[in-house]
Design a protein around this ligand. Structure first.
Ligand SMILES: [Zn+2]
Length: 348
């Protein structure tokens, strides 16, 4: 089995300033540059200096404001044939968009997140809008991932809390994967499961959970990267996505104003861990020690939507066995969500 994983990795302070140098070291001279909406003014000067000093030519530039698949098709057609690499700079939208553009044109992608709110910056799929509905589509695996930890630290805190939510929830996702094996015989890729669990462990057992600490930011970013790699190894999203993701996807459907994906899966992970039992105390510690629970007190999810999402969640993905598939569990979970003190602080 041949597995394609990112080969260029830099996760460190001030990595953005060296972006031109990294490109040149890899032999790239001519690039297409895609900006996330609203970030160009903050990074334009840094990028110009970085590219000029490394003699990198920007052949094509575009600001990405949408994640509609039709726009991605149009952008793919506009890419100059001489363009050697696509560089995606910004948040999840531009990176998802560019993963698909690069996939269509079969050119390498450099993923350069300026904020981290989930594990998508290194995963092999994109979340795009297809015919008005959000869908997950196969995309390219980034050739490289460059993360400037100082830039990530400067972004609004909600994003990094989202990243944390999409990281500690891997513990409930992997539990569900193993439960599916016991109930349906679905194959568990042990290596992918281990990589993903190790990433969650690195976060859980890192003591100084202080967002001002660049090393902590590096731990979160590199662990999320590893969960993306676990999905590449598994060939599906199972290591990174279980019942907590079903609840979050259901919440997206019933709520007019959904929150960040990572915040939703984080809250849902705590909820479903109640049913899993083995994971409950650990997830409880994760959300308390990281400040996630306190943060959610200030930006709670909608209680009514969350309760409706619980009942919709088992039907979100056909043939996807999780703890929610067991008879009577939704009712038990509903009671827990309505009565647990910590849970209630995260729902408004
Ligand atoms: Zn996720």
């Amino acid at each position: 089995m041949e597995i394609q994983v990112p080969s260029l990795l830099r996760i460190k302070p001030r990595a953005l300033q060296k972006l031109g140098k990294y490109l040149r070291q890899e032999g790239f001279r001519k690039i297409s540059l895609f900006w996330g909406g609203g970030i160009q003014e903050f990074f334009q000067e840094t990028m110009e200096i970085s590219f000029a000093s490394a003699e990198i030519r920007v052949l094509y530039e575009e600001v990405v404001e949408t994640n509609d698949i039709d726009n991605a098709f149009a952008s793919a057609k506009k890419l100059p044939p001489e363009s050697e690499v696509v560089v995606a700079l910004g948040g999840g939208t531009v990176i998802d968009y560019c993963k698909y553009v690069a996939f269509l044109n079969q050119v390498p992608l450099l993923s350069v997140p300026t904020l981290i709110s989930n594990d998508a910056f290194a995963s092999p799929t994109s979340s795009l809008v297809v015919d008005g509905r959000r869908k997950t589509v196969k995309s390219t695996v980034p050739y490289g991932v460059i993360i400037d930890t100082e830039t990530i630290r400067r972004a609004p805190r909600k994003f990094l809390y989202g990243g944390i939510g999409d990281l500690f929830c891997k513990t409930t996702a992997i539990y569900d994967w193993k439960l599916a094996y016991k109930n349906t015989g679905e194959v568990v890729n042990d290596f992918a499961a281990t990589v993903c669990q190790n990433a969650a462990d690195t976060f859980t057992f890192y003591e100084n959970k202080n967002m001002d600490d660049l090393e902590y930011v590096r731990i979160i970013a590199s662990s999320l990267l590893m969960t993306g790699i676990a999905m590449i190894i598994a060939g599906n999203s199972r290591p990174a996505s279980g019942s907590e993701h079903l609840v979050s996807h259901a919440y997206d459907r019933v709520c007019d104003e959904p929150s960040l994906h990572g915040l939703q899966v984080g809250v849902a992970s705590y909820a479903v861990s109640y049913l899993q039992k083995d994971t409950h105390e650990r997830i409880r510690q994760d959300i308390i020690s990281s400040g996630f629970a306190d943060f959610m007190k200030e930006t709670p999810l909608n209680r009514e939507c969350f309760l409706r999402a619980l009942f919709l969640a088992p039907d979100i993905k056909q043939g996807f066995f999780t703890i929610l598939s067991e008879r009577g569990n939704i009712e038990k979970l509903h009671d827990f969500v309505c009565t647990d003190e910590l849970m209630n602080t995260m729902l408004g």
